[in-house]
Design a protein around this ligand. Structure first.
Ligand code: ATP
Ligand code: MG
Length: 503
């Protein structure tokens, strides 16, 4: 806490940070909080999962705290889910300081938002499209704000929000402070900075690699038609606590979700064409561990901070290295480790090398896992489940029956039968996925902004609940709880240890 204090953070915020388990600042927080408090414009770049939200959140709340009347700051995020998450983190940081923060995003009921705005929050976290709607209706006025933050600034440009950002900037006071943050800062950011910012301080936490060293990176070379079976085997072998599978298109995500459900996995999909209600419920289920596997388009690649994501599978290799960095950055957050595996078809190998060069990190080649390895993985899980039940000790009421059985059969046979029952049968239900065309890599210059990926008011495609692996869910909750405990006790230590490699 001392360190946060020396950065100029006031008592009420320190109290909240302490409740959140933040004992000392991460490197990006240490470097950005003082100049941000001085009112400087700033571009902040640091690896995924290293606390950029609080790096802008703390100074923004500090300012709002000193000026309790009216809207003080706007944070822009590229996706709705991120707006919700960032607003939650800001509310946690500000809750002892009387600072209110409200998320405003597309797909949510307008009149409800307008009612919430009447309570006069000091900070709004918004997606650009919906913020523009409110500006047009004059239900949000930006004329008095002190600070504007662009979280995932480069993605905002990728998504074609430049003009929206321009319009939003025009409606804000001349002398506002601008903060831009992202783990990746491609050159186009420079033009945004030149156009709107006033002598910005550039803070990049120099790391040898753009990606997190604690994330093991692998790739598997395979044929398109092998991908699905290989994914199932990997999940069986690695038994992730929580996993995210990234697919290239919305159709791909829908098909993969259905296929995984058919094989008995607890999986749900998320992409921009689902209703907001569905998107919210899927993410809620995933965060709580009710669902083990999230299948997603790049809509979930940026910023999402979900405890317990141990594995990221790139079912389709991403278009560019930035997207790769952010996708795999959903694991290995806040000092935790993680595993990322990319599927590559032979024709995409060159593209993989390009990503490796851009990230300055080699991915380790991994052999296609075999069916028997997958089966062993399942058996190992059954044994773990059994041993955990032994530890649980609540077995008294089964003892009588156990004795009866032992009188009839030998213990070896009985135990083997119990393990057989506990082991998930390898499920070979046939599934069909439409083949996805191999990635055609365009040079950066040719790349058009990706339009309306999440802002579109697309119709939701209701998905049935499907059958999920009941027993699997129990396993997940148990492990999830353990993971949480470990993370809390390790956070400070790991951040501390990592520090030297940042500079
Ligand atoms: N000083 C700190 N001490 C301990 N934990 C922290 C600290 N700062 C942030 N965290 C935690 O680290 C996690 C990652 O933070 P955050 O989401 O802000 O990362 P990020 O840098 O924005 O990542 P991304 O580039 O993926 O958006 C969060 O769970 C956050 O609560
Ligand atoms: Mg972030």
């Amino acid at each position: 806490m001392e360190q946060f204090k020396t950065l100029g953070v006031s008592e009420s915020i320190l109290e909240s940070l302490s409740t959140m388990g933040f004992e000392e600042p991460t490197p990006i927080q240490e470097k950005t909080i003082p100049p941000a408090l001085e009112g400087k414009d700033l571009i902040g770049q640091a690896q995924t999962g290293t606390g950029k939200t609080a790096a802008f959140g703390i100074p923004v709340i500090e300012k709002a705290r000193r000026q309790p009347e009216g809207l003080q700051a706007v944070v822009l995020t590229p996706t709705r889910e991120l707006a919700i998450q960032v607003a939650e983190e800001l509310n946690r940081i500000g809750n002892q300081s009387g600072v209110q923060c409200l998320p405003i995003y597309g797909g949510q009921d307008m009149s409800r938002q307008i009612r919430a705005l009447k309570k006069r929050p000091q900070i709004i976290v918004a997606t650009p499209g919906r913020l523009m709607d409110h500006m047009r209706r004059k239900t949000i006025r930006l004329q008095e704000i002190q600070v504007i933050v662009l979280d995932e600034a480069d993605e905002m440009l990728n998504m074609g929000f430049y003009e929206d950002v321009e319009k939003i900037m025009e409606d804000t006071p001349e002398h506002k402070q601008i903060l831009l943050f992202s783990a990746t800062m491609p050159r186009q950011i420079q033009s945004l900075a030149n156009r709107f910012m006033n002598e910005p301080v550039l803070i990049t936490i120099k790391a040898k690699e753009v990606t997190i060293p604690l994330v093991e990176q692998h790739y598997i070379e395979l044929q398109e038609r092998e991908k699905f079976d290989v994914l199932c085997r990997l999940i069986d072998i690695q038994s992730p606590d929580l996993a995210i599978v990234f697919g290239r298109t919305k159709r791909r995500v829908d098909e993969l979700t259905e296929a995984l459900k058919k094989r008995g996995y607890s999986a749900e999909g998320i992409h921009g064409d689902l209703t907001q209600g569905k998107r919210d419920s899927v993410l809620r289920q995933f965060r709580s561990g009710t669902v083990d596997i999230l299948i997603a388009t790049d809509v979930a690649a940026r910023g999402l901070d979900i405890t317990g994501v141990t594995h990221v599978y790139n079912f389709d290799i991403p278009q560019d290295s930035e997207s790769y960095v952010h996708r795999i950055g959903r694991t290995g957050r806040a000092g935790q480790s993680g595993i990322a595996i990319a599927f590559v078809i032979p024709r995409e190998l060159d593209h993989l090398r390009t990503i490796e060069r851009a990230t300055k990190r080699n991915m380790m080649r991994m052999a296609i896992p075999t069916v028997s390895e997958a089966a062993e993985g399942q058996q190992r899980l059954a044994v773990e489940k059994l041993l955990r039940t032994v530890e649980g000790k609540d077995l008294q009421r089964f003892r009588g029956m156990a004795q009866e059985l032992l009188d009839k059969e030998d213990s070896m046979t009985l135990l083997s039968a119990a393990l057989k029952l506990l082991t998930k049968e390898t499920n070979r239900v046939p599934v069909t996925l439409s083949p996805e065309a191999p990635l055609r890599v365009r040079s950066r210059r040719d790349q058009k902004p990706r339009q309306g990926r999440t802002q579109g008011h697309g119709q939701g495609q209701g998905q049935g609940q499907g059958q999920s692996r009941g027993k699997g869910s129990n396993r997940r909750n148990f492990k999830g709880a353990q993971g949480q405990f470990k993370q809390d006790s390790m956070k400070k230590d790991r951040f501390g240890k990592q520090q030297p490699s940042y500079h």
